[in-house]
Design a binder for this molecule. Structure first.
Ligand code: NAD
Length: 505
C-alpha cells in the first residue's frame, strides 16, 4: 500500500467510524470538491459542493426547526449537547486523525483541538441551566424591570481551515443550548472533518430526542458561504477567517441588518522585559511562534524584546529552532507539520524577502524542508527587524517570528499596539507593575502574562479588536451573541405612573 492509498483509507475509515458517509450528504464520490491532505498533497476524498437550491433548502429547514427548538426548555436542549460531548469523547481519536489528515496538525495538537470541543460541550451544558438575565430597580412603585434572553434564530457558521472542528463546536454547542439551529459552511479545505462532526451531532440529536433539522452542512467554496451571508433568515453570521473575508462578509450582513460575529486575522505580539524568566519565555515563545507551523490565528508573530536581553534571547531561540523537527505530522517526534498549501509558502517567501529588503536579518529558518510527496514543509523563521515595517504589520499565515527591540516599556507597548489587528498579546516579566501596565494598555481581546499568545482555554471569551473583528466566542458571556435580549417592565400595581414623572391627561 502506498502512502496515498494509506491516507485516503485512513480518512475513509475514520469517517465511517464517526457514522459519516465519505461521499458526503450532497452527492456521490465523483463530486467537484477534491480534498487533499497537506501531508503529501494527495487526494483523500471527493465530495460534491452544495448547489444554491441545496443551500436554500438547508436554511429553510433550519428556519422551520427554529420554530420548535426555541420552545424546548434550555436544560432539555442541553441534553443534546451533553450527548454530543459523550460522542466526541468516544470518537476523539477518529476526529483527531481527520484533523491531522486535513489540516496537517501534529496528533497532540489535533487531539487537543478535539478536547477543546469536549470542553465547550461541558461548558454549554452548564450554560443550559444558568443562562440568566438581570432585574433592575424600577423608578416606579409596583413595577418590575428586568431583562430576559430568548433564542435568536438560525445561526450561520463560516469557519477557517486551521481550526476545522473547534471553531464549529464553540459556536454550535452554545447556539444549540441558546435555542438556535445551525447551518455550517466549513472551509473548502477541510470538509471531511465537517462531515464527521455533522454525523456525530445528528446522532446526538436523534438519541436525545431533538428534532431533525437542527444542523446542516453547506459544503463548497466562498460562493456557498455567500448563501448564509445574504439570507435574511440567518439571524447571526459567525464568520472565522481572514480579514479579507470579513471585509466582504460584514457589510453584506449589515446591509440586511443581520447580526455578525467576526473572528478574523491576528498579528500577535509579546513583550519580553529584563526581569523575564528567560527559560520559561523561550519555551512559551517557541510553542506560540512555531507550533501548528505558524498557522494559528493566535500565533506569535512579533517579539518585542528589551535591548539589554535581545542578543541572549535570540541566541537561545535560534538554538531551539535549529532542533525543531519538521515533517510528516504522523511521525514520532515531529513538532512542525506542513503548511496548508504552496500558496502559503509563496506568501512566506515573499514576506521574508520584503523583511530582508527592509533591513531585517534572517537569523534562522525559512528554508524548504524535505517531506513526503508534494507536502510543503518549511523551517520556522526568526528574523531580527530594525523597525516595525509594513510587512511586520501584516499577518503572514506561516511560521515567521519578527524580533524588535525596545528601550522603554511605554515605547514597547506603543509598538505592540501599532498594528491593524488586535487578537492576542503577552508580556513576559516578573515585575508586577510592568505586567499590570501591559494588561491595562494592550489593545487586544486577549492579554496574557508569562504565557504565550496561543492556546486559549474555552472558559474565557475568545476574540479580538480592530481588524480582528470585535467578536467574542466560546466562554464567559459570549452566549449573549446567540440570543435576543428583551427588556420587560411589569406593572403589578393598580396605578399607571409614567416614567420620568410625565403627566398625560
Ligand atoms: P479564509 O478567509 O480564506 O476562509 C475562511 C472561510 O471563509 C472559508 O470557509 C471560506 O470559504 C469562507 N469565505 C471566504 N470568503 C467568503 C465570502 N465572501 N463569503 C462567505 N464565505 C467566505 O481563511 P483561511 O485561510 O481558511 O483561514 C486563515 C485565516 O483565518 C487567518 O487569517 C486566521 O488568522 C483566521 N482565523 C481567525 C480565527 C479567530 O478566531 N480570530 C480563528 C481561525 C482562523
Amino acid at each position: 500500500m502506498n502512502a496515498t492509498t494509506d491516507f485516503r483509507e485512513r480518512a475513509t475509515a475514520a469517517l465511517r467510524r464517526c457514522g459519516a458517509d465519505p461521499a458526503g450528504p450532497a452527492g456521490p464520490a465523483d463530486g467537484d470538491l477534491v480534498v487533499t491532505t497537506p501531508i503529501d498533497g494527495s487526494e483523500i476524498g471527493r465530495i460534491r459542493s452544495h448547489s444554491p437550491a441545496g443551500s436554500d433548502a438547508a436554511i429553510t429547514t433550519a428556519a422551520r426547526t427554529f420554530e420548535t427548538w426555541r420552545d424546548v426548555p434550555a436544560p432539555v436542549r442541553g441534553r443534546t449537547v451533553r450527548r454530543l460531548g459523550e460522542l466526541l469523547v468516544e470518537h476523539k481519536a477518529d476526529l483527531a486523525e481527520l484533523v491531522t489528515l486535513e489540516a496537517g496538525k501534529i496528533p497532540s495538537e489535533a487531539t487537543g483541538e478535539v478536547q477543546e470541543m469536549i470542553d465547550i460541550c461541558e461548558f454549554a451544558v452548564g450554560l443550559s441551566r444558568s443562562i440568566s438575565g438581570r432585574t433592575m430597580p424600577s423608578e416606579r412603585p409596583g413595577h418590575r424591570l428586568m431583562e430576559t434572553w430568548h433564542p435568536l434564530g438560525v445561526v450561520g457558521v463560516i469557519s477557517a481551515f486551521n481550526f476545522p472542528v473547534a471553531v464549529w463546536s464553540w459556536n454550535t454547542a452554545v447556539a444549540l443550548v441558546c435555542g438556535d439551529p445551525v447551518v455550517w459552511k466549513p472551509s473548502e479545505t477541510t470538509p471531511l472533518t465537517a462531515l464527521a462532526c455533522d454525523a456525530l451531532l445528528r446522532r446526538a440529536a436523534r438519541e436525545s430526542g431533538a428534532p431533525d433539522g437542527l444542523h446542516h452542512l453547506l459544503l463548497g467554496d466562498h460562493t456557498v458561504g455567500e448563501a448564509l451571508v445574504d439570507d435574511p433568515r440567518v439571524a447571526l453570521v459567525s464568520a472565522t477567517g481572514s480579514v479579507r473575508m470579513g471585509r466582504v462578509v460584514a457589510p453584506r450582513v449589515a446591509a440586511r441588518f443581520g447580526r455578525c460575529l467576526l473572528e478574523l486575522g491576528g498579528n500577535n505580539g509579546a513583550i519580553v522585559t529584563p526581569s523575564a524568566d528567560l527559560d520559561l519565555t523561550v519555551r512559551a515563545v517557541v510553542f506560540a511562534a512555531a507550533g501548528t507551523a505558524g498557522q494559528r490565528c493566535t500565533t506569535l508573530r512579533r517579539l518585542i524584546v528589551h535591548r539589554s536581553i535581545a542578543d541572549d534571547l535570540v541566541d537561545r531561540l535560534a538554538k531551539v529552532y535549529a532542533g525543531l523537527r519538521v515533517g510528516d505530522p504522523f511521525e514520532e517526534g515531529v513538532l512542525v507539520g506542513p503548511l496548508i498549501s504552496s500558496r502559503a509558502h509563496e506568501a512566506m517567501r515573499t514576506a521574508l524577502d520584503r523583511a530582508q529588503h527592509d533591513g531585517g536579518v534572517l537569523v534562522t529558518g525559512g528554508d524548504r524542508v524535505d517531506g513526503p510527496g508534494d507536502g510543503v514543509y518549511v523551517s520556522p523563521a526568526l528574523v531580527r527587524m530594525p523597525t516595525q515595517t509594513d510587512v511586520v504589520r501584516e499577518e503572514t499565515f506561516a511560521p515567521i517570528l519578527y524580533v524588535l527591540t525596545y528601550d522603554d516599556l511605554d515605547e514597547a507597548i506603543a509598538l505592540h499596539n501599532a498594528v491593524p489587528q488586535g487578537l492576542s498579546s503577552s508580556i513576559f516579566t516578573l515585575d508586577q507593575r510592568e505586567a499590570e501596565l501591559f494588561l491595562a494598555r494592550s489593545d487586544c481581546g486577549i492579554a496574557n502574562v508569562n504565557i504565550g499568545t496561543s492556546g486559549a482555554e474555552i472558559g474565557g471569551a475568545f476574540g479580538g479588536e480592530k481588524e480582528t473583528g470585535g467578536g467574542r466566542e466560546s466562554g464567559s458571556d459570549s452566549w449573549k451573541a446567540y440570543m435576543r435580549r428583551a427588556t420587560n417592565t411589569v406593572n403589578y400595581s393598580t396605578e399607571l405612573p409614567l416614567a420620568q414623572g410625565v403627566e398625560f391627561g
